[in-house]
Design a binder for this molecule. Sequence first.
Ligand SMILES: [Zn+2]
Length: 137
Amino acid sequence: MEHKLRFKDYNEALKQNKLLGLKCKQCGQISASPRIACAKCGSTDFDIIELRGKGKVQTFTSIFVAPEGRESECPYVVALVELEEGPWIMGNLVGVEPDKVTGDIIGKKVKMSSAGVFSGDKYSAGDIARPLFSLEN
Ligand SMILES: [Zn+2]
């Protein structure tokens, strides 16, 4: 079976600040990352779409101890964001202080401002792009 949206293409698009997703041609379900089959109906028939990168914080955590090889990024905040199109996606939340951020940001609107490119940790194959979200005022 072939990936409609390969991780490599998703990653390359993200480096250009484009957040790609998949829309199921059968049921309309939208997913925010490469996958083989629709989580809702199991179809493998997708269109590639560009997501707006806007959503709200569902939860978050501050990272003070990084995976091996990524110590220089610390500390940082990782948020789970529910996108306006429906899917949930993880990204870094910038512009907040990792040691001061509180649960008050849950439910707040965020926007993908850009993508950060991080070197892989010692177990991954190479550079990886990750969405960077910031709070909308
Ligand atoms: Zn579907």
